[in-house]
Design a protein around this ligand. Structure first.
Ligand SMILES: Nc1ncnc2c1ncn2[C@@H]1O[C@H](COP(=O)(O)OP(=O)(O)OP(=O)(O)O)[C@@H](O)[C@H]1O
Ligand SMILES: [Mg+2]
Length: 332
């Protein structure tokens, strides 16, 4: 069994009266891509800033490779690489110069600098742009440069804080490929994301966090199985009052456990029989509820999130992303 590279116990961070991280326990295994998934303000960045030693915890302990960071900060610092949420490349410098600065900052041995920079440029598909200023690069190119820059010292643990937020779909999928390639080199990755599909695609295990607390930890499949073994029925009706009515019908008449979000209702159908669906639609019809859309799907991480937190993922950007990605999956 792989050993734990990160062990977090009872981690708390308060800002004044506000508790941003509330008693988090996590164990991250060597060589895995571990996802910290949560909506805006869930406490993702605060958590990783404490892992990196950039923020001091209010209480709790963090060990990296068995070393408590409160006592061995200096030793663990060089084991870690970070790609921050904001792309930090120096726009006035070329791709090569950006990499040189980081190689120097992280004390890459002089005789290895040239080789590492060449590798990094290749990995980021920026060989032809090595001597161009980063300010002229597209968002995707800057993000790739930022990614390889955070790897220049060959860290054991690479932390990626929302590596694809703000990128378009093509660039996101491209970043996923680069992240997968990195894992093959043996590095452990902690990745925070607001995107359910990103966690689903990339992560070996995922911690779902909300309001500073861990709601569940597991593989994407394990999280989805928490929803149930059947299919998820999704009903969209014309307005919120009708949704309330439909909710009652599913709950009382069909003994389901529905969740409601505006004019959308979701509920797990353990036995997804066509006859049950027909009965449900007939009942709605009888109550003069018009279903504008009806669908059945296998449980997704979104369904798991609704089950775990009682609400849909709050970020609207992630919703539009979800629908685009669903289309992409269907095309595959
Ligand atoms: N220095 C600070 N002082 C006060 N409150 C803070 C501070 N840093 C973070 N917070 C609050 O703590 C909560 C968690 O913030 P954090 O940045 O960790 O969220 P996040 O999960 O990274 O969100 P996002 O997806 O938007 O990056 C938020 O409500 C935020 O406003
Ligand atoms: Mg953040």
């Amino acid at each position: 069994m792989a050993k734990n590279i990160v062990e977090i116990k009872g981690l708390v961070k308060r800002f004044g009266d506000f508790t941003a991280v509330n008693s988090i326990n996590l164990e991250i295994k060597e060589g895995e891509i571990f996802g910290i998934l949560g909506p805006n303000g869930a406490g993702k960045t605060t958590t990783i800033n404490m892992i990196l030693g950039l923020l001091v915890p209010s209480s709790g302990t963090i060990k990296i490779n068995g070393l408590d960071i409160s006592r061995h900060g200096h030793e663990v610092k060089n084991m870690m690489g970070l790609m921050t949420q904001e792309t930090v490349v120096d726009n006035d410098l070329t791709a090569r110069e950006n990499l040189e600065i980081f190689a120097d900052l992280y004390h890459v041995p002089k005789d290895q600098v040239e080789k590492r920079i060449q590798e990094a440029l290749e990995e980021a598909e920026l060989v032809d742009f090595a001597n161009k200023k980063a300010g002229t690069f597209s968002g995707g190119m800057q993000r790739r440069l930022s990614l390889v820059k955070s790897m220049i010292q060959h860290p054991n643990l690479l932390i990626l804080d929302e590596p694809t937020t703000g990128l378009d779909i093509q660039n996101r999928v491209n970043m996923w490929k680069h992240i997968r390639d990195l894992v093959k080199t043996g590095v452990t990755i902690i990745l925070t994301t607001q995107y359910l599909e990103e966690a689903d695609e990339l992560c070996d295990r995922i911690a779902v966090i909300d309001h500073g607390k861990v709601k569940a930890i597991g593989t994407a499949l394990e999280l989805k199985k928490m929803v149930g073994s059947g299919r998820v029925l999704e009903l969209v009706v014309e307005n919120a009052p009708e949704a309330q009515e439909a909710f009652k019908i599913l709950k009382n008449k069909f003994k389901m456990n529905p969740a409601i979000d505006g004019n959308k209702i979701t509920a797990v159908m353990e036995k997804a029989a066509a006859s049950t669906l027909t009965e449900i639609l007939a009942s709605l019809d009888k109550s003069k509820i018009v279903a504008t859309s009806v669908s059945l799907h296998l449980p997704t991480l979104d369904d798991a999130f609704i089950k775990l937190t009682g609400s849909a993922f709050r970020d609207t950007a992630s919703e539009s992303y979800t629908s685009t990605m669903t289309t992409m999956y269907l095309r595959r």
